[in-house]
Design a protein around this ligand. Structure first.
Ligand SMILES: NC(=O)c1ccc[n+]([C@@H]2O[C@H](COP(=O)([O-])OP(=O)(O)OC[C@H]3O[C@@H](n4cnc5c(N)ncnc54)[C@H](O)[C@@H]3O)[C@@H](O)[C@H]2O)c1
Length: 401
């Protein structure tokens, strides 16, 4: 079976490599520089092994392309493109639309289209199917299904094989073919009654994280005002063997999807006249953490940061990945700069970001740890400045929540 995967980023390339064990895979991406790199057997994703990629290319099992006509041979097409927010923080389906265009304009026989991109309930039925039909020259009865991706980049205990996968087709034939496809490389498939349930479940999983992180972020501020340790209190609460799940405070929310996906749920809720107050508020609490951190650093440093050199340690959104999308570091830096601080940043795995390069981990007056990669030595962080504020709870001896 020939499979095409549209979007060769974190989700698409990861799934592509799993699928190459059983299928011939075309990795389609609009980024031509990335296509050249992938065809040389060089992966840009942590956890996707370049050696394996090169092996699959040599065996004729994988080919990256940016030519739409290469999709034409495929029997299954997986959509794995970004679903970000627009500037005014509304769902942005433009990448999905352009993926639908590539399918519509290049596929001339019925195929199974599976969406793995995260979006609100109704996207498969009311957006993807009509868009592909709109872009197709001739009317073609494709099969449509959703299987929201749950990959957690950098994680080694759970992957595409052992993470249960939700799915549902628009028809029973689409569901059956989707099951057949994923059963080759995924141990546990969970079919739900409609694509909308699968789409909503994915959004709810991430919203669950978002609101619980907001709660613990608010609690960190309460604990500080009471003069007690938030970490000790959370560990104490966590001794309850049921009805409690521990989340940790952070500079933001961690994860490029977590700040975005709940907004998709809130937008669709409000469109249907349902309240999303809790979700909206949680987002605000998480976004405000950067302001709170800047205020704490200001208070600890004599109420004046003007001209002080501040080093932000770790700008990736989570440990051990180079992904900076929606990183909390951005707002932390913005607030510190608005207070007059001279801010630079250090990251072991991100060399360049927003036209700036990673600075040395030394010589600052103030350091603030936003993300702690395993490779960064705790002692080096502590030695990088006389005052270190750690938002991760991992640098012992530093100030923190
Ligand atoms: N990264 C994760 O941890 C994760 C986890 C679960 C779900 N998701 C969801 O999966 C989807 C993809 O996320 P990602 O992290 O893989 O994104 P990504 O940015 O890493 O990769 C997306 C790729 O799609 C390409 N692209 C964009 N538009 C295209 C088009 N029209 N045709 C071909 N290629 C196109 C981009 O060049 C890019 O290489 C999103 O909806 C995201 O929310 C991501």
């Amino acid at each position: 079976m020939k499979v095409a995967i549209i979007g060769q980023g974190y989700v698409g390339l990861t799934i592509a490599l799993f699928a190459t064990e059983y299928f011939e895979v075309i990795g389609f991406d609009s980024n031509e520089a990335l296509i050249r790199q992938l065809n040389q057997g060089i992966s840009h994703i942590e956890g996707v092994d370049s050696v394996l990629l090169a092996k699959r290319i040599k065996a004729g099992k994988y080919k990256a392309t940016s030519h739409g006509e290469d999709l034409n041979e495929s029997e299954v097409i997986v959509i794995a493109v970004p679903t970000p927010l627009t500037k005014d923080r509304q769902p942005d389906l433009s990448f999905i639309d352009s993926a639908c265009k590539s399918i519509g304009q290049n596929i001339s026989k019925p195929v199974l289209v599976i969406n793995e991109s995260t979006s609100f309930p109704g996207t498969l039925r009311n957006f993807i199917k009509p868009a592909i039909e709109k872009y197709s020259k001739d009317p073609i009865e494709h099969l449509y299904a959703i299987s929201p991706e749950r990959v957690d980049p950098g994680r080694t205990d759970f992957n595409q094989k052992n993470t249960p996968r939700l799915f549902s087709g628009l028809t029973s034939e689409a569901s059956a073919k989707t099951r057949e496809f994923y059963s080759k490389f995924c141990d546990s498939l969970v079919e739900v009654s409609s694509p909308e349930v699968a789409e909503a479940a994915k959004l709810f999983e991430n919203t669950f994280r978002q609101v619980n992180i907001a709660l613990v972020n608010e609690f960190a501020q309460i604990a500080h005002s009471l003069g007690i340790s938030v970490y000790e209190t959370l560990d104490a609460a966590n001794t309850k063997p049921y009805g409690f799940m521990k989340f940790s405070p952070s500079a933001g929310v961690g994860g490029h999807c977590i700040p975005v996906d709940p907004t998709y749920l809130a937008a669709v809720a409000e469109e249907h006249g349902a309240p999303a107050t809790f979700i909206r508020r949680a987002n605000e609490v998480n976004l405000d953490m950067s302001k709170y951190i800047a205020k704490r650093i200001l208070a600890d440093n004599g109420g004046n940061l003007k001209g002080k050199s501040v080093l932000v340690v770790g700008i990736a959104y989570k440990p051990n990945v180079a992904d900076v999308r929606e990183t909390a570091a951005e707002l932390v830096i913005e607030h510190l700069r608005s207070l007059g601080a001279v801010v630079s940043w250090h990251d072991d795995v991100v060399a360049n970001w927003k036209g700036e390069s990673s600075a040395l981990l030394q010589g600052a007056e103030i350091a603030v740890v936003v993300t702690k990669h395993d490779s960064v030595d705790e002692e080096k962080i502590l030695a990088s400045a006389p005052y270190v504020f750690d938002t991760t709870g991992k640098v012992k001896g530093a100030k923190g929540f």
